[in-house]
Write a protein that binds this ligand. Structure first.
Ligand SMILES: [Zn+2]
Ligand SMILES: [Zn+2]
Length: 344
């Protein structure tokens, strides 16, 4: 089969290669990939700015149907529509795994990073990671389940977003837009999304479509005074930080109210980011570092979409055949896309 392979360490080093079809082991299933979504981490892997173990087929955000079943697998049938968590390789026995968070396990080697992923017609992996994809969720939307589950785990499960909360989001990229959709569907109001003029176009249009009150453009607005103005000087209840920008993180301490919360989902790409530490202490802020997603967040995300509460289809701006992966990367890097779906 033809697959998109990161074949060696270093920038670039990605191409379509002819590779053998995978086979399921006893506790695994073979999945026919119906749709795979391009993630920001795929771009980071392309540029050699993210951990990965080459040669590896890229792709961890996918949906499909079961095309083969290992002999120890129960509860699944050929043709079942599925999505899969990505936490392959988690050891199952360390403190983190045993305490219910295998997605944070040090041994994890996720799909498309440590083991072959879904930029291919077929992928094989553990049946234990599957979730049933309801008939009313199309495969392209199913391919968005991983980032939606990540944001659900962070915003709802970890940071405890409540109906009526006022929220600011920094960064209008795919994770910022997904966070916006989740926040709205949870009954909270997004008073602002912080971006730059260069984000103008499809991303800010999507933000408007998903229901943000105001787009804070850092080229023309001062985000801190804008947020204070919109909250009667109090500050937002919750800041969702998806930009990883040191300036945004710094300003975040001023944008949230006393006893407010920061939900950090964005990676900064730097070893250290300076923060106004004492300001955080005196305001008694809560700063949650969030990473990956667990079983309950996946079920919650699937439930919200299936019930029509979360319009995830609006996040998709492009569908391309898998062979056009490079075009998909280009659309994302030039900020012309929100989520791009590749079809094997
Ligand atoms: Zn991802
Ligand atoms: Zn473990």
């Amino acid at each position: 089969m033809k697959a998109v392979v990161k074949y060696a360490k270093g920038p670039g080093m990605v191409e379509i290669r002819e590779v053998p079809e995978p086979h399921e082991r006893d506790d695994e299933v073979l999945i026919e990939v119906k749709a795979v979504s391009v993630c920001g981490s795929d771009l980071h892997i392309f540029h050699d700015r993210h951990p990965y173990w080459p040669p590896v087929i890229l792709g961890h955000e996918f949906s499909g149907i079961i095309a083969g079943i290992g002999k120890n697998v129960q509860g699944w049938q050929l043709g079942d529509r599925i999505v899969s968590e990505t936490r392959t390789g988690s050891c199952g026995v360390c403190y983190t795994c045993q305490s219910g968070f295998p997605q944070i396990c040090e041994q994890k080697r996720a799909y498309g990073i440590g083991i072959n992923g879904a930029y291919a017609p077929y992928v094989a992996g553990p049946a234990a990671l599957l979730h049933r994809l309801p008939e009313n969720i199309p495969f392209d939307v199913g391919a968005l389940m991983e980032p939606i589950a990540v944001c659900t785990a962070a915003i709802i499960e970890r940071c405890g977003l409540m109906a009526g909360d006022s929220v600011v989001i920094t960064g209008p990229g795919p994770i910022g837009l997904i966070s916006l959709a989740i926040t709205r569907s949870a009954g909270a109001k997004v008073i602002g999304i912080v971006g730059r003029t260069s984000d103008a176009g499809v991303r800010l249009e999507k933000a408007q479509e998903l229901g943000v009150d105001y787009i804070i453009n850092t080229d023309t607005d001062d985000p801190v005074s804008k947020v204070l103005e919109m909250t009667d000087g109090r500050g937002a209840d919750l800041l969702i930080e998806t930009s990883g920008s040191s300036k945004a993180i710094h300003e975040g301490f001023e944008m949230v109210r006393r006893l407010g919360k920061v939900c950090a989902i964005g990676i900064s790409g730097q070893a250290e980011v300076p923060i106004p530490y004492d300001r955080g202490i005196f305001k008694a802020l809560r700063y949650d570092f969030c990473f990956s997603s667990g079983w309950t967040a996946w079920e919650r995300a699937i439930g919200m979409i299936s019930a029509g509460l979360l319009p995830a289809d609006k996040l998709i701006t492009h569908h391309l055949p898998l062979e056009q992966w490079a075009e998909a990367f280009h659309l994302l890097e030039t900020l012309q896309a929100a989520k791009v779906i590749l079809l094997p």
